[in-house]
Design a binder for this molecule. Structure first.
Ligand code: 3PG
Length: 314
């Protein structure tokens, strides 16, 4: 079995694969354009956010399995995989804690304006007067949109902070201390914080549009650590300008595929918008859990052809 790992992956787990007689090609610098050539004769591709397009799948004459070492599979052309009957698997829930930790971090950062505090300090400016204006999270209302593995980890942490937590999902919300809501009209007008944890699908595309932003309170905190596609970015920018929304994003339109380089976005001009570098899943704890699951998927496939966590149809 030959495997191409085209994104950063912990060394210990590469060793574990090799000890199981798996031929591993490890090239974390590959991008979407390099993959068709790099993956043309491997049996399995492992990626994080690197795009596996239709050309890569079509040219992969030996390809038998594609693994997303993470949760979201929107970077893999599932239709092309279906056409060739190639299973696509992911590692659901394995990086949920890390994403929830970043979500809570953004909430506190926005409420206390931590990045602004630090920048001013480094520039020699003292402004206790200005930065003493925070709300605090205790007793505040949080609306979680998308209550899967990540939404639930956010809820646990928010409850521990004494927040009043509401959640909405396509399946029934059953979670101690969390109130289910079905209509945005019910909860967005009372929410102090809205946090989005949805996959990118045709149903969620631009879900957060002008109508939903209009329902939100002036000055509310809006956080998206899921996918850029679920937000109409122009509508978000208008809401920041008109309603003084405070925004924390780990994902945005035009996010670079490369791991380093330059970045340009309309969001850079907005004072109260904090954008992180799509690092929600990037903790050692999460990447160890994801790598463990990836190895489990590979070894199961090698052993008897069983595909664990398959996300596409057979
Ligand atoms: C995911 O879908 O698992 C997260 O967005 C993390 O993506 P990454 O592995 O590219 O950091």
């Amino acid at each position: 079995m030959r495997i191409l790992i085209a994104d950063k992956f912990p060394e210990t787990f590469i060793q574990q694969l090799k000890e199981n007689n798996i031929d591993v090609i490890y090239n974390p610098k590959l991008g979407e354009k390099d993959l068709p050539e790099a993956a043309k004769d491997v049996d399995c591709i492992v990626v994080r956010s690197t795009i596996v397009n239709a050309e890569t799948i079509e040219k992969g004459t030996n390809l038998k399995l594609i693994i997303r070492a993470g949760a979201g599979v929107n970077n893999i052309d599932i239709q092309a995989a279906n056409k060739k009957g190639i299973p696509v698997s992911n590692c659901p829930g394995k990086n949920a804690i890390a994403v929830a930790e970043l979500t809570i971090g953004l909430m506190i950062a926005l409420d206390r304006r931590i990045p602004h505090n630090v920048i001013d300090f480094k520039q020699g400016k003292w402004n206790k007067g200005e930065y003493s204006n925070a709300q605090g999270l205790f007793g505040k209302t949080l609306a979680i949109v998308g209550f899967g593995n990540i939404g639930k980890e956010v809820a646990k942490r928010a409850l521990a902070f004494g927040m009043n937590v509401y959640a909405k999902d396509i399946v029934k919300v059953e979670f101690d201390g969390v109130k289910e809501f079905s209509n945005f009209e019910e909860v967005l007008p009372i929410a102090d914080v809205i946090s989005v944890h949805l996959p990118a699908t045709s149903e969620t595309k631009n879900l957060f549009n002008e109508n939903l932003f209009n329902l939100m309170k002036n000055g509310a905190i809006f956080i998206n650590t899921s996918r850029a596609d679920v937000v109409d970015e122009d509508a978000l920018i208008n809401a920041v300008k008109e309603k003084n929304l405070k925004v924390g994003l780990d994902v945005f339109k035009g996010e670079p595929e490369e791991k380093t380089g330059t970045v340009s976005s309309k969001l850079q001009e907005l004072e109260n918008v904090y954008v992180t570098h799509h690092i929600g899943a990037s903790t050692e704890q999460a990447q160890t859990a994801v790598a463990e699951e990836t190895v489990r998927i590979i070894l199961s496939y090698v052993k008897d052809g069983t595909v664990i966590n398959r996300v596409n149809k057979k």
